[in-house]
Design a protein around this ligand. Structure first.
Ligand SMILES: NC(=O)c1ccc[n+]([C@@H]2O[C@H](COP(=O)([O-])OP(=O)(O)OC[C@H]3O[C@@H](n4cnc5c(N)ncnc54)[C@H](OP(=O)(O)O)[C@@H]3O)[C@@H](O)[C@H]2O)c1
Length: 302
């Protein structure tokens, strides 16, 4: 086996698809691990973390394993069942990779795990660094368990990098299309007070960060994956409106209305997380999209 075989667990989604494209262009052989039934076609392996199943060949044929699997946090209202799915899809999937590495007695050169800035919870304007404490609430608890599971792979002697990812801005989906759609239709408005911080990252920068983690063999541990300039929710909505040349004519959507409509899931849009990118920059990462207007003009154009 050459040392360029990458397995992306949960690689069929927004981040995984873009990352797979970048890595293939850079000469890596990329395999996707998926729960899809047609997954035994070339370049796909099948797993089902909920049933504790993983095709062992996926693990045996990879020297770099990246886990970006996880049920969408804003796809559906948070019932108890949905919350269990959100958490289990992250923690059990990581545990399953750990167990298989143990069982098959193999050690990849590198394991990269996604985590999320939800780790920090709702923190006002506090600047959050990797050593900052975990926050309160379901998202923070989930991220904490997820990272602990990833660090067990580190304890096997595998170089491990965890990215605490901010809101990923992309053309293909995710938060930006949900935010831009009402603005396009002249019904865009800040959410809640609009003063809560949003730590965002352009998807290309995120994928380049994963590539850096592969290439820079000294990189290890937890890194915030956010741009250097978090903005407020109001600032983000305004910047989208400016890029789309639409006025914002409606008042902010009141917090109580969001809580009523979204239930506990309102945390996704109301929590304030102002996250620092200093550590990854000190490690040598250079952002292509450090500023929001440049990112939006790239992603919302035409
Ligand atoms: N996008 C963001 O703004 C953002 C922000 C912070 C953190 N993150 C984290 O980054 C990772 C990738 O994000 P993404 O936007 O690419 O997510 P995504 O588009 O929703 O893709 C995630 C993939 O996870 C797999 N998956 C879904 N439910 C699952 C379950 N119950 N069990 C196992 N696998 C499941 C799916 O693959 P199959 O259906 O093929 O199995 C899916 O393609 C996620 O872990 C997410 O939490 C994303």
């Amino acid at each position: 086996m050459n040392d360029n075989n990458v397995l992306i667990c949960g690689g069929s989604g927004l981040v995984g698809t873009k990352l797979a494209g970048l890595l293939r262009r850079e000469g890596y052989k990329v395999m996707i691990l998926s729960r899809r039934k047609n997954a035994d076609q070339a370049e796909f392996y099948y797993w089902d973390p909920a049933r504790d199943f993983i095709n062992p060949d996926a693990i045996l044929n990879a020297n770099i394993i990246i886990n970006v699997a996880g049920a969408g946090i804003a796809d559906r209202k948070w019932s108890a069942r949905r919350k269990a799915e959100i958490q289990n899809s992250r923690v059990q999937s990581t545990d399953l990779i750990y167990k298989k590495l143990q069982e098959l007695k193999v050690r990849p050169d590198l394991f990269i795990s996604a985590s999320a800035v939800g780790f920090y919870g709702d923190r006002g304007d506090e600047v959050l660094e990797e050593h900052s404490s975990a926050g309160q609430g379901f998202l923070a608890e989930t991220a904490l368990k997820w990272e602990r599971a990833a660090m067990r792979i580190h304890d096997l002697g595998v170089r491990t990098v965890v990215f605490r990812i901010g809101v990923v801005l992309a053309r293909e989906g995710g938060a930006l299309s949900k935010l831009a759609q009402p603005v396009r239709l002249y019904v865009g408005a800040p959410l809640g007070e609009g003063t809560q911080y949003v730590s965002w990252i352009h998807i290309d920068d995120l994928c380049r960060m994963f590539l850096m983690a592969i290439r820079n063999k000294r990189l290890s541990g937890i890194f915030n994956a956010v741009s250097p300039e978090p903005v407020t929710n109001g600032g983000l909505t305004t910047a989208i409106a400016e890029e789309l040349e639409r006025p914002l004519i409606l008042p902010a959507v009141p917090e109580f209305a969001l809580r009523l409509a979204m239930g506990e899931m309102a945390h996704v849009v109301l929590d304030s997380t102002r996250v620092s990118s200093e550590r990854i920059q000190t490690a040598g990462f250079e952002f292509r999209y450090a500023k929001l207007p440049a990112a939006l003009s790239d992603l919302l154009a035409g």
